[in-house]
Design a protein around this ligand. Structure first.
Ligand code: TXA
Ligand code: MG
Length: 327
């Protein structure tokens, strides 16, 4: 069997068996592709950090297929988590809760808390069920780089080092899950993502947005430079003066009226729909990044609904003056 395989009962069974045997596999979720290992196998989890070149201080999300799996992972679930899970799972929401001792420390990077989510992708859910274990998985990219929304985005050095890759085509949501901390009195947003905070606030009330990035991030998705293409990226206004000597790419929400100045243009959504824009964001950034440009100009989008996650990723990508440092 080839390493990149189409979805079938057989390929999911094989992936599950590999996970049970301590191998790592790439699988689809509704947000982005994940690089998974059996959560209770610390050696398998260690492979994820190695292959991704991820620092050991950056904890992983645990993917479950049933709410019943929660007590195996968290000390107490609590009313807020129960409500959110009932409303939004399976879906792009990750909850941070106090950890059970049985979760290996490597998964949570030594933190007393654990990140859990139930993905809304039929392949991810069957894989977790077949494997008979929750799956620890980060996005299937090298640390600090763009998350893959299709197999073609995954770099060879990562592909070559996994046991199997389940190819389900483009992932429907296209940005990573929203990460929400429930460990304190306040509900705190650690990463805006595929579930808008407006929807969350309707269920549990006010969500706190940290004003400053913590010096030592409690969610490395909060590192100022993250989610980066290799090409420098700048967030611009429509009326910017363009340096004609440079090869410039444009990332815009809707088709631009003025296009001659750009060597390549990527449009997020012809209708200006933020959900569609989020689904296309990483694909567009991957395309622009491969076009041999000097710089990518990105137009801002409104910070409402999924626009908040889009702007978060663009603002972090715009910090990539120090690209070389991150690897
Ligand atoms: O949509 C997603 O969340 C994708 C798919 C594969 O599920 N996964 C993903 O994982 O984006 P990753 O590892 O690329 O991002 C996980 C984020 C990181 O910012 C990490 O620091 C944070 O979640 N995180 C994980 N465990 C945590 C914990 N115990 N406390 C605080 N933050 C945590
Ligand atoms: Mg990631």
């Amino acid at each position: 069997m080839a390493k990149v395989v189409k979805i079938s009962r057989r390929s999911i069974k094989l992936a599950a068996e590999l996970l049970r045997n301590g191998e790592i596999v790439i699988f689809p979720t509704e947000t982005v592709y994940g690089l998974g290992a059996s959560v209770f196998n610390p050696e398998a989890v260690a492979k994820i950090f190695e292959v991704k070149r991820r620092p050991r201080f950056d904890p992983l999300i645990i993917h479950i297929a049933a709410v019943d799996d929660m007590p195996r992972l968290c000390q107490r679930v609590g009313e807020r988590a129960e409500k959110l899970a009932a409303k939004f799972w399976p879906g792009p929401l990750t909850l941070i809760l106090p950890k059970k001792e049985t979760v290996p420390d490597i998964v949570t990077a030594g933190l007393p808390n654990v990140a859990v989510r139930m993905p809304a992708h039929p392949v991810a859910l069957s894989l977790i069920q077949e494997a008979g274990t929750p799956i620890a998985a980060p996005s299937a990219n090298l640390f600090g780089r763009l998350s893959p929304t299709a197999i073609k985005h995954i770099p060879a050095q990562l592909k070559n080092r996994v046991a199997l890759i389940l190819d389900a085509g483009k992932t429907p949501i296209g940005v990573e899950s929203t990460v929400l901390s429930l460990v304190g009195k306040d509900i705190v947003l650690l990463r805006p993502g595929g579930l808008p905070i407006e929807d969350i606030e309707k269920i549990v009330g006010k969500v706190k947005l940290p004003k400053f990035l913590p010096a030592k991030p409690n969610s490395p998705g909060q590192l100022p430079q993250h989610y980066s293409p290799r090409t420098p990226l700048k967030i611009i206004n429509r009326n910017i003066n363009i340096d004609r000597k440079q090869k410039i790419g444009l990332l815009s929400l809707t088709p631009p009226s003025f296009s001659e100045a750009y060597a390549k243009i990527a449009v997020l959504s012809t209708k200006g729909d933020l959900r569609e824009a989020a689904a296309n964001l990483f694909e567009c950034l991957h395309e622009l990044d491969q076009a041999g440009l000097d710089i990518i100009y990105a137009e801002p989008v409104p910070k409402i609904g999924l626009g908040r996650a889009i702007m978060d990723r663009l603002e972090r990508a715009a910090q990539n003056g120090a690209n070389s440092k991150i690897e």
